[in-house]
Write a protein that binds this ligand. Structure first.
Ligand SMILES: Nc1ncnc2c1ncn2[C@@H]1O[C@H](COP(=O)(O)OP(=O)(O)OP(=O)(O)O)[C@@H](O)[C@H]1O
Length: 765
């Protein structure tokens, strides 16, 4: 078997995944359940059709499992469903209305047995508390209602008691407050819990999840899935450890806004896709005024790059198989086609055409009407797109914004970051949010990233405002899993001093030809530098094993390279920060920062392309030169933090030997401290000397001017060449001397020539 096939997220292979980083205490006790299969009866597991490696289903307690009691939730469709199944009746519940959901795959008999899985026990509050502590799961309410203003009677009393009129006290600013229920009210400790109350996930969705080989939720899934499925008023009515708990399931009205910061590769995609699909299935059961379910897009997922959009789309498709939920990628071509269709249908309806054909982006503080055109609109349930394309689609009125109630921002920090700060999409994302908020009465946003700064948190809190000014805004909950803004402790981080640019090339060559563990990603600061490095190392590996990917390549080429890397045909992919976020190739073993990333967050995301899903053995090598000292410091801090965390984990596992002394900490002793302004500049431009096409014409960022194209091209190698600086200087000097001597000779000849001419020309007699 080609080991590189294991890379592929979309390879279709059904591998048993390594356990996610959930510790022994987090996972249910590993009692492999004796299934009926051993006694020859059809089992829940066989019903899942996971023939090769069925997921191990664990349960918390045999008592809860054996009771298999129906869970009664008065008045809810879920209680009806559980009662019916407990009575052995076929599950006819249509609260999930999709025609293709549930039983559409024609294995009705086996489907029934799915419901035979007795409900696994939910963790008791004390167990949940222990787990939350262990995984450092923290919930914070980011937008608590302001304290109530004093009543008129209180004010009177105060006036009487004080002789001198005191100035009215300033209302206290709303502070972030920990939820009463911090840590989370409940945790999902096994995906099997999803099949029963309080979650009662769609059967089909549950099967799709298990068929991907997921059995134990990762910490972020453990905490966020209950929050998103159950809403903020989830209230366990029983804390008894032996009985399944009945709950109030609130799906729409009490749903929350969520801001999640969880480490790279921790499974955030499933954490938002699963509740989203479940909600869409439920939503489809809600009939509109005309007695039919409302058609049109219901959710938008935004991601910063086309590559990530494609990946989310694929994940969505896999989870949505057989549910009838439709997912679409909004591309330029799709928007263009729909725009045309819209125009045609509007003409046919005899409508007057407007210039822009859609919505105007709102100015700050302005609300915007949504497009009312009756032309062609996106009909898929979930739209996945980039911020720029989303705004483009909105402008062209091809989305019915009134049906959209969910917005998901993947890599939220970069999506919300101001465009000014370099690489951000704040303008587009916030415009889209304003439009959606003004068009849809009930919209919730969830934001996800491995790095969230406090300024982004503050911005997120300001986004959530009440629809009605007299009510309090829907809650925005921040979920933190593990330490905030940290890199993975289970991968190796190496900071290698390479002295000069040619030193870096030499170091990379040594790496490629000695201890190279493919597949690898090699990151550079700019497209010209990535292109120059690609040309340099193209022949250092067997033909076709090195590839180049950046944003200036045509879409087709980008897709082709991505596919080749997924298949394992490419061993070393030279790229820019285009691939630093979100993209998931499970088998990436090595990440090389040929150019130091401009910020700690940049490092965390690049490094996170390895060690995905808790995989050990990944390596990150960062080359730095004497000119990089300032940009290296924040990165050394991140690495030192990861080293400390690794030591803590190793300390916990005594039999794994002594922790190793990290390399980053001693570096911090002599690296210069970096001022805030400098950090900002580095984040925006990276190391200036590497930006071949820029010249600084004065102090400050605004005065950076682009060089002419010709001038940039003349630089050719963009500083990446095997020839050392000393050698270049020597060659330059030689060339200069040669040219000077030629010039001298020419001048002499000219002089001699003119003198000679004077002598030789004898004139006409
Ligand atoms: N419960 C699980 N058990 C095992 N593997 C999982 C589980 N959930 C997700 N994974 C796998 O973990 C990998 C990383 O998932 P994902 O891409 O969602 O990470 P992420 O948190 O979004 O990372 P990033 O911050 O880099 O975007 C994927 O290969 C995914 O299939």
């Amino acid at each position: 078997m080609d080991i590189f096939r294991l890379l592929s997220r979309s390879s279709g292979l059904q591998h048993k995944r390594p356990k996610p980083p959930v510790s022994a205490a987090a996972a249910p006790p590993s009692k492999r359940r004796k299934t009926k299969a051993s006694t020859g009866t059809t089992t829940a597991l066989s019903a899942l059709s996971l023939t090769e490696s069925p997921p191990e289903i664990d349960f918390f307690a045999a008592s809860a499992v054996s009771t298999g009691k129906a869970i009664s939730i008065p008045g809810s469709s879920l209680s009806r469903r559980r009662k019916r199944s407990a009575n052995g009746a076929a599950d006819q519940d249509r609260s999930y209305s999709s025609s293709s959901d549930e039983d559409s795959d024609g294995d009705g008999g086996e489907q029934k047995s799915l419901l035979d899985i007795p409900p696994p026990r939910l963790p008791t509050p004390s167990e949940a508390h222990k787990l939350a502590k262990e995984h450092k799961l923290k919930l914070t309410l980011m937008n608590p209602p302001p304290p109530p203003s004093p009543s008129p009677s209180d004010q009177k009393k105060r006036k009487k008691s004080s002789k001198k009129p005191k100035p009215e006290p300033e209302p206290e600013p709303a502070k972030k407050s920990k939820l009463v229920d911090t840590p989370p009210p409940t945790l999902l400790t096994s995906f099997t819990q999803l099949r029963t109350a309080p979650y009662s996930l769609s059967k089909r969705l549950y099967r799709n999840l298990l068929s991907q080989g997921y059995d134990t939720p990762t910490p972020v899934q453990m905490a966020s899935i209950p929050l998103l499925l159950l809403g903020h008023e989830y209230t366990p009515s029983s804390s008894s450890s032996n009985e399944p708990q009945s709950t109030t399931r609130i799906r729409a009205e009490k749903s929350i806004n969520l801001l999640t910061c969880a480490q790279t590769g921790s499974g955030k995609t499933i954490a938002y896709l699963l509740p989203l699909l479940d909600w869409i299935l439920w939503k489809r059961g809600q009939l509109g005024k005309d007695g039919k379910p409302k058609a049109g897009a219901k959710a938008i997922i935004v991601a910063p790059t086309r590559e990530l959009v494609g990946q989310i789309y694929n994940e969505g498709l896999k989870l949505a198989i057989g549910t009838g939920v439709r997912v679409v990628v909004l591309k330029k071509a799709v928007v263009g086609k729909m725009k045309k269709e819209k125009k045609l249908s509007e003409e046919a309806e005899g409508e007057e055409e407007t210039d822009d054909g859609g919505v105007d982006l709102p100015k700050e503080g302005e609300s915007t009407p949504h497009p009312t055109g009756t032309g062609s609109k996106v009909k898929s349930d979930i739209v996945v797109t980039t911020p720029t394309m989303l705004v483009h689609a909105m402008k062209n009125g091809i989305l019915d914004l009134t049906t959209i109630h969910r917005l998901i921002l993947d890599e939220a920090d970069i999506l919300l970051e101001s465009n000014e700060k370099g690489g951000g999409f704040g303008e587009e994302t916030l415009s889209a949010w304003q439009i959606l908020k003004s068009a849809s009465s009930d919209i919730r946003v969830s934001m996800w990233s491995a790095t969230i700064s406090s300024s982004i948190e503050a911005l997120a809190a300001t986004m959530i405002t009440p629809t009605n000014p007299t009510t309090s805004p829907p809650p925005l909950i921040r979920l933190l899993t593990g330490l905030k803004n940290t890199s993975l402790p289970h991968i190796t981080h190496t900071l290698t001093y390479a002295s000069t640019e040619p030193g870096k090339l030499l170091a990379l060559r040594t790496l490629l030809t000695t201890s190279f563990p493919p597949p690898a990603l090699i990151f550079l600061q700019t497209v010209p530098r990535a292109t120059a490095l690609y040309r340099e190392i193209k022949y250092d590996l067997p033909p076709g094993r090195v590839a180049l990917l950046h944003a200036q390549l045509p879409d087709r080429e980008r897709e082709r390279v991505m596919e080749s890397f997924r298949k394992g045909e490419v061993w070393a992919l030279v790229t820019t920060d285009l691939l630093s976020r979100g993209v998931d190739w499970r088998g990436v073993k090595l990440v090389v920062n040929y150019d130091v990333p401009g910020s700690a967050a940049g490092y965390i995301h690049r490094a996170g392309r390895t060690g995905r899903g808790g995989r050990e053995g990944g390596e990150v090598v960062t080359f730095w030169t004497s000119g990089d000292a300032k940009v290296v410091r924040p990165i050394a801090e991140v690495v030192a933090q990861a080293e400390r965390e690794r030591e803590r984990l190793v300390d916990g596992k005594k039999d794994e030997g002594e922790p190793k002394e990290g390399s980053a900490r001693w570096l911090l002793d002599f690296l210069p401290k970096v001022k805030k302004e400098e950090k900002k500049r580095l984040k925006k431009f990276g190391v200036e000397s590497r930006n071949a096409r820029r010249i600084v014409v004065g102090k400050g960022m605004e005065k950076v001017k682009m060089k002419g194209k010709e001038e940039a091209n003349r630089e050719g190698t963009h500083g990446i060449s095997t020839v050392s600086g000393w050698e270049k200087q020597r060659v330059d000097r030689l060339r200069g001397a040669r040219e000077a001597s030629k010039r001298k000779k020419r001048e002499e000849e000219e002089r001699n020539g003119s003198e000679g001419d004077g002598e030789e020309f004898m004139g006409f007699d």
